[in-house]
Design a protein around this ligand. Structure first.
Ligand code: SAH
Length: 253
């Protein structure tokens, strides 16, 4: 079987942050699979077919791409950001583990991309400069109770927390609930960064505080970074503040 499947990260949105490795892998593919808006970011190439699918059809999309690769094609699956972060690389692995035994013989490559939390962190300074964790706030694939437990554990352990999938039309209250939970443990002045559509035309970045953090500022294209008790904001006259978490730990924090 000569087919292959590359699972490719497109980065946050701007073409400059697509890696040369990802660009070469996209160019080499016979067929592209992915969520429509992500596929739209890939320049067209003659002779390459495109198979767009809806956001919620990840299992079917992964299986279709694997079937196509098993027929001998060079298939590329695209993801926003990094394909291994709350995205298609894990969906592909799930299908390989449970699907056709022949899929285990395919040449599978994961091509990394700049994930949203790194793109947002870079806009404001260095909020991820010390220990941090990342969570998806979506309770589509895990129970809400578990999310609250993990938020509490992460805040209690002193991690900066990057929140992916903070809110959607189908999940309107979860982010407010998450802020409430975090307020029980973290100082009111804890910096909270909202980075929306970073690297795209509609980009907005807002630095707030946990006490005032307003869930309605966020949408599906927003990544939120909640600081730890060590995270600081450096005010700079006439310039945007710098948000950072020092590399060293102060006593008692
Ligand atoms: N694989 C992607 C994440 C997929 S989950 C990555 O590595 O970035 C989708 C979530 O990612 C969104 O709800 C949002 O929280 C975040 N996200 C993706 N692109 C973003 C961008 N350009 N700016 C801010 N957040 C983004």
């Amino acid at each position: 079987m000569s087919g292959s499947l590359s699972v490719i990260g497109l980065g946050p949105g701007n073409p400059e942050t697509l890696t040369p490795e990802a660009a070469a892998a996209l160019e080499a593919a016979d067929a592209l699979y992915g969520y429509g808006p992500y596929l739209d970011r890939v320049p067209a190439r003659a002779g390459q077919t495109r198979h767009a699918s809806d956001n919620r059809e990840e299992d079917a999309r992964a299986a279709a791409a694997l079937r196509h690769a098993a027929e001998g094609a060079r298939v590329a699956m695209v993801s926003g950001g990094d394909p291994g972060v709350f995205a298609m690389a894990a969906a592909v692995c799930e299908q390989i583990e449970s699907g056709d035994a022949a899929w285990r013989q395919l040449d599978v490559a994961v091509v990394p991309g700049i994930t949203a939390m790194l793109a947002v962190a870079a806009r404001v300074g260095a909020p991820l400069g010390h220990d941090f964790c990342a969570m998806s706030l979506s309770d589509n694939l895990k129970p809400w109770e578990l999310i609250e437990r993990r938020l509490a554990a992460a805040a209690g352990a002193g991690f900066v927390i990057a929140l992916y999938n903070p809110i959607s039309r189908a999940r309107p209250w979860q982010l407010g609930k998450a802020f409430e939970r975090l307020r029980q443990q973290l100082p009111p002045s804890t910096p909270v960064v909202f980075g929306r559509a970073v690297g795209r035309e509609q980009e907005t970045v807002l630095v707030s505080e946990l006490e005032k953090a307003d869930p309605s500022v966020a949408d599906m294209a927003t990544l939120i970074i909640v600081g730890s008790p060590m995270t600081r904001v450096i005010a700079r006259p006439g310039r945007a503040p710098l948000v950072y978490t020092p590399r060293f730990v102060e006593d008692g924090k």
